[in-house]
Design a protein around this ligand. Structure first.
Ligand SMILES: O=C(O)CCC(=O)C(=O)O
Length: 285
């Protein structure tokens, strides 16, 4: 299938109702396996680079080339992985990540949620969360906390996609159902190692917290105003690999994070607008 074609698989009235009421939606099995494998390959290249660097610096000896993607970064780099940041973007601005945004069932769902042509947003993050690592434990926040108050009226759906099965023991996400109706709330920088933005605990309504265990190929879609966090990774040597990507309702303001050319528009699906080529997208990094 051409990457710009899509099947039409509408969300059910119940799913639309859940999106409007709760500000999130768990879509089961919507990412093709081949697409997931492409994303893993992109991340694997970064892991290769990190491990090569640690070897050159004399920090490790064995590069663990025989180890699987799921465990290699934790087993070989361990705590030295912190040096390479809490998430990655430019390092993984590859065709495979571009292509992930075109997963047909996801594009259908986003088109239905926004009610417009499907437009991509410049923010995505590769998120390796290592066992026992504090740096990557993300506290309660709204993505609009990062995008500024201008995003209060914009719709910028986030799609969070794990590359390994996740649950409450290895860093799955939690959302606060209905919190997208709060508007943009105050955020401050946390004291902990990650230095992420966080909101005051008083804003979290315990009875509305939903824990989201997920399988590989699932996608969690949430509103840019929905409060969410990721839990600590307390088990096994498997890295909690995930990626979050974003879309934009056509015509809305993307918030305070722009493309290199602020007039650039990443058109993913449209009957009338020019569809963006990979090389046009790549030039914006
Ligand atoms: O992957 C994580 O640990 C956190 C993800 C997140 O907070 C986000 O995508 O906004």
């Amino acid at each position: 299938m051409n990457t710009h074609e899509r099947q039409v698989a509408p969300l059910s009235p119940e799913q639309m109702h859940q999106w409007e009421n709760d500000g999130y939606l768990l879509l089961k099995g919507v990412i093709p396996e081949s697409t997931i494998n492409g994303v893993r390959d992109s991340f694997s290249c970064v892991v290769d680079g990190i491990i090569r660097q640690l070897k050159e610096d004399g920090i490790i000896e064995d590069e663990g080339v025989e180890l699987p993607f799921e465990t290699r970064l934790a087993q070989v780099a361990g705590e030295h992985a912190n040096r390479f940041g809490r998430s990655w973007r430019n390092q993984v601005a590859t065709f495979e990540i571009f292509d992930l945004h075109y997963a047909p069932l996801l594009v259908d769902a986003i088109g239905q949620l926004t009610g417009t042509d499907v437009i991509g947003h410049p923010v995505f993050n590769a998120r390796p969360k290592l066992p026992g690592q504090q740096l990557t434990v993300v506290p309660w926040h709204q993505d609009s906390g990062y995008f500024g108050t201008v995003s209060e009226t914009s719709l910028i759906p986030t799609v969070w996609i794990p590359l390994v099965p996740v649950d409450e023991t290895n860093g799955c996400l939690q959302v606060v159902a209905g919190s997208h109706r709060l508007g943009v709330v105050d955020h401050h920088t946390e004291e902990r190692e990650g230095k992420f933005l966080e909101v005051m605990d008083e804003l979290i309504e315990d009875s509305r917290i939903v824990t989201c265990p997920m399988e590989v190929r699932d996608a969690l879609v949430f509103h840019n105003l929905t409060l969410h966090r990721s839990l600590p990774h307390t088990t096994s040597e498997i890295v909690r690999w995930a990626i979050d990507i974003r879309y934009l309702r056509d015509g809305d303001h993307p918030g305070t994070i722009y493309w290199k050319d602020p007039d650039f528009k990443w058109v993913i699906h449209s009957e009338t607008q020019h569809l963006t080529y990979f090389l046009e997208w790549r030039e914006m990094w």
